[in-house]
Design a protein around this ligand. Structure first.
Ligand SMILES: [Zn+2]
Length: 466
């Protein structure tokens, strides 16, 4: 939208004059000069009131001369009743406007065409405000969001409204994903995409992990609610590309990495997806989102994950040619665990750990397996670790992966779990039902993936219940 700068200048002068008089009045009353923060907040309050009135006036002014009757969605006719006031809650708080109201169809439905035209739902929040409420809801616990919003918006919103708008946003993300899934199962679409693929990433990574979410006990079909809380796995997938970190921007950790690996990579174009669903269902999301990014057409597709069998099964089913890498940090952690329980003498422990870590770094997985087996008779953890390294041996050829310049630590997906699950879903006191947890996490994932604006656009054009 374009505005007339002259009008803005004129109004700014009027506003400045109004505040100038207020400042002088306060000085005359002997209350001193107001501090800048007071002036700023006063102006924000005034601008909010101006917005509130202006938005109401604007909406009312868009009402054209009402026709005497219009079509009803049911196929019948609606007759003009009268001009009727309605309220919506906007970013300027409650806004009242007037519009023509139609009723009198045998179906008993009423209708205000202006509401439809502007995507307004009387009594509800506008799409503009909804986006801000949801933004608070993906960052703060729902009970803390109102306080935070009050400071920014200068009016009170109920915790439940924040919750429902946040979940609605996640619902829209789910809708987008369902569309991608449908598309990715459509043969005609896939063929067309191969002919005109658009941008194909030269090298792209997928990383999969899961994190536990505490789910509230809930009544099942009339039964008493289960007393025990349940933990469910939130599966998290991230897609990303990498770039070298310029020397000047390297952190201490990255500088150490360069010394060790001669390479410091960081993730870019990160996209996150998540859900609490069975592996088979998650596989559909894995395939659909990969298609949307042309991951399957990329000459180099690399997957990172921990040792969970379900994720490698999915990778193999949908992307059989992909390079599979067990995340370095997870593998290293297994060795640390064995060392911690198998040795009493700290020197012996660190000698062992240093040797096997080095062997693992060199891709000498057989050597690592032998070292674990040697401890297995007296240490069940070592026995388990030997099995783990044996199962994933080909996913741990770190010498080859490093030579190819691959990222071998899935810091990105671990931070995905942290950012999506830990930092929001595990806030103190947070208890979830599955749907609430999933929708909130999906909304947060969309924000972190730079997909927020398109959800806001969707929210604006939601078909409204009349
Ligand atoms: Zn009707």
């Amino acid at each position: 939208m374009n505005y007339n700068m002259e009008t803005i200048n004129f109004m700014a002068q009027r506003l400045a004059e109004m505040f100038r008089l207020a400042v002088i009045e306060q000085q005359k009353a002997g209350a001193g000069t107001p501090l800048i923060a007071h002036i700023e907040n006063g102006m924000r309050e005034a601008l909010k009131q101006i917005g509130q009135q202006a938005l109401g006036l604007l909406l009312s002014s868009m009402q054209t001369t009402p026709a005497s009757q219009i079509d009803c969605p049911c196929g019948g006719k609606l007759r003009y009743q009268r001009m009727r006031a309605a309220q919506v809650i906007s970013v300027f708080s409650r806004v009242t406007y007037e519009r023509a109201y139609y009723a009198g169809c045998p179906c008993k439905q009423g209708k205000a065409p202006l509401d439809e035209q502007f995507g307004l739902e009387p009594g509800a929040v506008t799409a503009g405000l909804a986006a801000l409420l949801a933004l608070a809801g993906i960052e703060f616990s729902f009970d803390q969001s109102p306080q935070w919003l009050q400071a920014y918006l200068l009016f009170d919103m109920a915790e439940n409204t924040v919750r429902s708008e946040t979940e609605k946003m996640g619902g829209l993300q789910k809708e987008c994903e369902a569309e991608l899934i449908q598309q990715s199962q459509d043969e005609a679409y896939l063929q067309e995409r191969e002919r005109h693929p658009g941008r194909i990433p030269r090298r792209i990574y997928g990383a999969i992990d899961a994190a536990k979410v505490r789910i509230e006990p809930r009544a099942k079909g009339g039964e008493q609610p289960e007393k025990q809380e349940a933990w469910r796995d939130m599966k998290v997938l991230s897609w990303f590309e990498t770039e070298a970190v310029p020397p000047a921007q390297r952190s201490v950790r990255q500088r150490q990495k360069v010394e060790r690996q001669h390479l410091a990579l960081r993730a870019k174009n990160l996209r996150y997806f998540c859900d609490i669903i069975e592996a088979d269902e998650f596989g559909k999301l894995l395939w659909a989102t990969g298609c949307s990014l042309n991951a399957d057409l990329s000459p180099e597709l690399v997957f990172l994950g921990d040792g969970a069998v379900w994720l490698w099964n999915l990778v193999f089913r949908y992307y059989p040619k992909a390079v599979q890498i067990v995340d370095w940090y997870h593998a290293e952690e297994h060795l640390e665990m064995v060392a911690a329980v198998a040795f009493i003498d700290p020197q012996e422990r660190s000698r062992w750990l240093e040797a096997v870590t080095q062997a693992l770094w060199e891709g000498q997985v057989e050597q690592v397996i032998r070292a674990c087996q040697a401890l297995a008779s007296s240490c069940p953890e070592a026995h388990k670790a030997a099995h783990y390294f044996y199962t994933h041996a080909e996913r741990m050829r770190y010498d080859r992966f490093r030579a190819a310049g691959y990222m071998i630590g899935s810091g990105s997906v671990e931070s995905a779990c942290k950012q999506i699950v830990t930092q929001r879903l595990k806030l103190p006191g947070a208890q979830w039902i599955v749907e609430g947890a999933v929708h909130t996490a999906k909304a947060r994932a969309a924000w972190l993936s730079g997909h927020w604006q398109s959800l806001c656009d969707r929210r604006s054009s939601l078909p409204l219940a009349i």
